[in-house]
Design a protein around this ligand. Sequence first.
Ligand code: ADP
Length: 402
Amino acid sequence: MKTSGEAINLILNCGSSSLKYKVFKSGTELCLTGGLVERIGAPDAVITHNACNGKALKKITGEVSNHSAAISMVLERLLGEGGFGKKQLKAVGHRVVHGGKYSAPVIVDNEVKKYLKEVTFELAPLHNPFNYEGVTAAENNLPGVPNVAVFDTAFHQTIPDFAYMYALPYRYYIKYLVRKYGFHGTSHQYVSIQAAKMLKKPLSKTKIVTCHLGNGASLSAVKFGKCVDTSMGYTPLEGVMMGTRSGDIDPAAVLHIMMEEELSMHEMDTILNRQSGLMGVSGISNDLRDIIKAEASGNKRAALAFKMYCYKIKKYIGAYMTLLNGADAVVFTAGAGENSHPMRAEVLKNMENIGIITDPVLNRAMVSGRVGEISASASPVKVFVIATDEELMISALADKMT
Ligand code: ADP
């Protein structure tokens, strides 16, 4: 889609071996184009340039050596056949997973870069170095265009100390900054803003429980637009059960397994992050769709994994509704949250006495990109399915900063 010289924001989301990008018309929610580079570093990387209506415009396979090369290729396409001019670029917005001390987006300068490298690489070694590489590549390719870093952790910086501290010797907080940080913040923020619109109330008067249920999963309690608690912690391992992550667990169980099996820290880390959750319990898959299918064909461990997954979400919803002293709405978002009506039905059943009454017909209808309310009209607490759009939120935040 071409624009006639209007300002645009380029939003980059660099994962360990992938780059997602979207282009928005500045000051609007209009997404002009986007795409995905997968298998960066491998000889057979796949580059898909999409139109924002989801239609694939172009798929290329070839070597993409690193994120910098991926960003150059994306820019080549946008500035070439994409029809955009370099001068149209108002800002480049970056998803940066860990912001450490930052409680809001920042324009990246040398001081910010120094902090990101010195402090946050240690806090998020699997994510932040790649996010940082994206910033550096954008700086090299687009001199003069401001780079705005939007942190997954920033939205959670309003969580009070008694909620973010762990009951460990205080010196570990001072020495190693060990505390709850929380993740998926941009998504929790985005869907809580959307929920306030659906409630037709100002955000500053709403109390919302947001459930981001994708590969990784977290819930947040959002009071008057500000996060007061979230389920992920120092790392994305804490909280509800996930595709391959354990979620909450007694640390003594971990120590015991390590001792009995003579596991190294790295091996135990792999078990907790990559071999647990739905995958670990079912032994079948980390994908909720496969678990539900296996359960339907009588697999007992799949049935157990499904029950555990839903139970833990229900528990957090209850806890967060208590923290908020009642909520206006509960929101389901991300891959499983947006698409899995059996999971939502299981999570939300028997919650009438705390004000949640689900409409089963509406719930079943809310799949494949459909969004809206799934609570019954008599339900005091509304339940919404909302499609998350972290890139749109980053673009809106980048607009505010530039
Ligand atoms: P990510 O967390 O990587 O950003 P998504 O938010 O897209 O990814 O979530 C992907 C996950 O969503 C998949 O692993 C799968 O478990 C789940 N999912 C997607 N569609 C469905 C569905 N129809 N039913 C159940 N789970 C689904």
